[in-house]
Structures are given as structure tokens and as C-alpha cells.
Write a protein that binds this ligand. Sequence first.
Ligand code: GLY
Length: 375
Amino acid sequence: MADVPARPDVVIVGGGIIGLSTAWQLRQEGVEVLVLDPAPGTGASHAAAGMLAPIHEAYWGESHILRLNLAASKAWPAFADELGVDFVDYRRNGMLMAAYDADDKALLDNLGDLHEQEGLPVERLRRRECRSREPLLAPGVRGGVYSPLDHQVNPRRVVAELLNRVPTLAVSATEVTGNQVVAEDGLVMACQQVVVAAGAWTGRLLGVPIRPIKGQILRLSGPEGLLRLPVRGVVRGSSVYAVPRSDGEIVVGATQEEQGFDTRVTAGGVYELLRDVLALLPGLSEIDLVETWAGLRPGAPDNAPIIGAGDDGIVYATGHYRNGILTAPITAAAVSALVLGRKPPVDLAPFSPNRFHTDGGPSSGAEQPLSGVPG
Ligand code: GLY
């Protein structure tokens, strides 16, 4: 673990993958940084399956999110390389989306129209083609879409490696301004710039409209290579996915539940996931169920992340919803650029924290200039 600086230039509130990646990026630029989190790496990053899937997470009406996600996907090879490709289990073998019945196939065809409109490189597959790509799929699967650009990583390994590289302090922030954090034990920390990357807890800490969206998830363990590809399925209208790791672990997720800060694993949640994944991939029924878990995704009202400088002087990096693991490297690069007074590598206007203003304040997404921390 890196030494805790006595007088950090930048304090980051939140030690999930977004806060830790940003801290690491800033450290590489010579900035003294400190991450505050009562339990770093145990939130949404610990639950996440690690799909790096700009295409299979693309939805109608969200072109700006798709563009960010595609840029994030391009940033991953270098990010994984620096952390250790094998250690973080970064695998670029594409992802298959499969339809279970005829109605599910109609839904997939509709997404296929979106892929076409956006010019995304996907292959539409007939049922037999699906099974030759992934033999574990049920014989009745109606068809699928293969995306060569969607990849995967082990988020727990990424977080473990980042925690070795950045200093953290196990405290909760209770009050935050652009250049000061008050922690729950009364500790006051002044710095040149505060970055808030507190995930689902951002809404509680500050007045931004972030809500928790619960995801229950399972971990199965079987022979290495049992499942060749990450598979995203639509099963009788429900979404399910199975992401294989190199060591035989298969992560199955995830429910999508809006009920506040509830992280209970429920019988109904586990049942739904097993019902759908075993309908799609019946061969998984004999392997071990080794973990059940639930995490809270941070979601903004428009499902887009919040990245940028707020009117309050705080730099925000939150609200990454279903794509926090995918967008960690690009968010880290963008936030570091902002903090250091440089132009971010992507257009942050659609992701401005000021876009929710209803009082006639800046809602156009225009970024507030920051003075810049000397790097
Ligand atoms: N990215 C997948 C999920 O949020 O469940």
C-alpha cells in the first residue's frame, strides 16, 4: 500500500474502481492524492461481473453514452497492460447475446437495428451458428448477436492491484466542498481539489440525483473453459449474463432493483438468475454455486454518468450505472485532465454535473474552468 500523504493535493471521496483508477492516474502525473473510503473496493466494484461491453450495453436514445463507452473500451488494453493483463484476466474474445424464445429474438432484432444505425461491428447469428460459437447454449436458442468488441476483466483483481498503488484512509466523509473534506471523526482535510467518486452514496453526501440500483449476482465454479464466451441472454423477456473467468469461475448476473440502500440477497433474486441462466446454459446446472452477493449501481435520472466540475467547485466522477468497470480508465483520464487544467480526452458536456439544474443555472453542460493542480 502506498504511503498516506500528510498534505494531499487532491482528496478523492470513494474508493471503488472509479476513485482508485483516478487516484492512480493522478499519482502517475506526480499529484499527491489520497482516497477516503471506510471500506475501499467493497461496493459496486466488488459485485461487478466485469463485462466491458459497449455494444451489448447499448440502448436506444443513449448515443452519447455509447460514444463514451466505445472510447472507454479503447482505453482498456493500455490500462490492463499496466496492471498486468493475466493478473486482471483481461480477455478480448468477444461476447454473444442470445435469444431464448421467439419474442426474445424480436427484442434482439430490434437491438440489431440499433447496432446497424450506429454502425457497430456485430454479427447476427442463426441458432446453429450460436451453438458453434458457444456449445453450452441450449439447443432451442433462437438466434444471437456476436460482438467482437465486447471484452471482460476481473474487477476484484483490478481493485486489488489499484489498492496496492494508491494511498487510502478508512474514513467516511460527512461534508465536502471543492477544497475541503470533513470526515465522520471530525478530521478536517484541506486540499486543492476534492473529487467525489462515491457511487450510489453520492446522492446522500451531496445534492446530486444519484440513486442506488441493486444488482444481485452469483458466482459459480466449474472446470476451466467450460463456458468459452461471455454470454448475455434474453430469456422470456428477462436479461441475464454469464461471464467466465480463466480459472473456471463463472459470474452470473444481475438483477436490477430500485429499492434504496438494500443489499440483501433474496431467494427470489437468486431463483430468477438461476432459472434464466440454466434455461440458456443448461450445462451449468452441475457446477458449484460458490457465492451470492448484491451491490448498488449508481444511477442518474438519464442513466448517464456524472463526470466534470460542478458549480460547487467539486469534481464529480460518479453515476456510472451499468458501466463503471468499463469506463474507469477513461473517467480517470478525463478527471485527471480536468484537475490538471488540461482538455479531457472525451467531450464531457453531456455528462456535466450541472445538467440537472432547474433554476435557470447552467444546464447546457458547459464545464466550469478549474485553476488546475500543478502536476
Ligand atoms: N454491467 C452489468 C450490470 O450492471 O449488471
